[in-house]
Design a protein around this ligand. Structure first.
Ligand SMILES: NC(=O)c1ccc[n+]([C@@H]2O[C@H](COP(=O)([O-])OP(=O)(O)OC[C@H]3O[C@@H](n4cnc5c(N)ncnc54)[C@H](O)[C@@H]3O)[C@@H](O)[C@H]2O)c1
Length: 269
């Protein structure tokens, strides 16, 4: 996509953090943005900020965990702007608990919101984009979907790893049809995501990040990275390029990588 000027973007989780920043970045570049979020007031506030800065946006309440959420979102977007060009599947919720303590219902909650939302989004929006022969999908995964640095968030990591695979498959399918796919893999970003943590399951666990080399980014930096990736047609968008070294290290000797991570965790307990 050479430019986002005049394009319509739908962003889930657009009321806060990375989604909010991306909404602003795309609007500054001339896109009209549907800010979709379970937090209706927050979505309306982001849209109002964008309009106040001279951009075009509409806020809408959308719970991506709902069966009909994306059909309704598509209808809303088409009604508001007549077309959809960019779909950013960005909602993610955290969980925490040891592997033998997280109950199945918590797996179901996280998989439904983080992963099946992407499936439902594809179900609603892919036929539209394929028929148009143009468009761009952004899926927000995480470093947690690329390698493992903690064992107390398996549903989150598994949902993000699945998003990595879905995105790669979609890129293979959609690139020849003129539709771009970006796999956004954020490292630490200063957002409100910790608010999505339920009280833990089982014994308390310490907070572990993806590595001390990764500092926190501001969401505005990530918003600009996403907008650039859409225009450049970039598939893999890690927010910090140092993550490549970690992946190379793991690919070189996966057993040694696990040993090292286990030592790190043991020494920080
Ligand atoms: N912040 C980080 O360090 C980090 C790191 C890696 C990946 N990510 C991913 O980035 C994405 C965005 O998260 P963020 O950090 O900006 O968090 P955030 O909490 O600031 O924003 C997430 C937004 O999603 C909304 N939301 C939650 N559940 C929803 C639902 N069921 N339906 C619709 N909206 C819902 C929230 O209301 C909130 O506005 C997530 O997928 C997250 O997993 C974040």
């Amino acid at each position: 996509m050479d430019t986002v000027q005049g394009k319509t973007a739908v962003i889930t989780g657009g009321a806060s953090g990375i989604g909010r920043a991306t909404a602003h970045s795309l609007a500054r570049r001339g896109a009209q943005v549907i800010v979709a979020d379970i937090d209706a007031t927050g979505a309306a506030a982001v849209a109002s900020d964008i309009i106040g800065s001279g951009g075009s946006a509409t806020g809408v309440r959308c719970d991506v965990g709902g069966e009909s959420a994306f059909e309704e979102l598509k209808a809303f977007a088409l009604d508001a702007y007549g077309r959809v060009d960019i779909v950013m599947n960005n909602v993610g919720v955290l969980t925490r608990g040891l592997p033998d303590h997280i109950p199945v219902h918590e797996w179901q909650r996280v998989i439904n919101i983080n992963l099946l939302s992407v499936v439902r989004s594809n179900d609603a929006f892919l036929p539209l984009l394929v028929e148009q022969g143009s468009g761009h999908i952004v899926n927000t995964a995480s470093f947690a979907g690329l390698y493992t640095y903690a064992y107390d968030r398996l549903p989150y990591a598994a949902s993000k790893a699945a998003i990595v695979q879905i995105s790669e498959g979609l890129a293979l399918y959609l690139r020849p049809k003129g539709i771009g796919v970006t796999l956004l893999c954020p490292g630490p970003v200063r957002t409100n995501i910790a608010a999505s943590l339920p009280s833990g399951f089982g014994p308390a666990t310490g907070t572990r990040g993806p590595g001390t080399q990764f500092g926190f980014l501001e969401p505005e930096v990530v918003g600009e990275q996403v907008a650039d990736a859409i225009v450049d047609g970039t598939f893999w968008l890690p927010t910090d390029a140092q993550v490549r070294d970690v992946l190379v290290q793991r690919a070189s000797d996966w057993d040694a990588f696990i040993d090292e991570k286990a030592r790190e965790i043991a020494s920080s307990d």
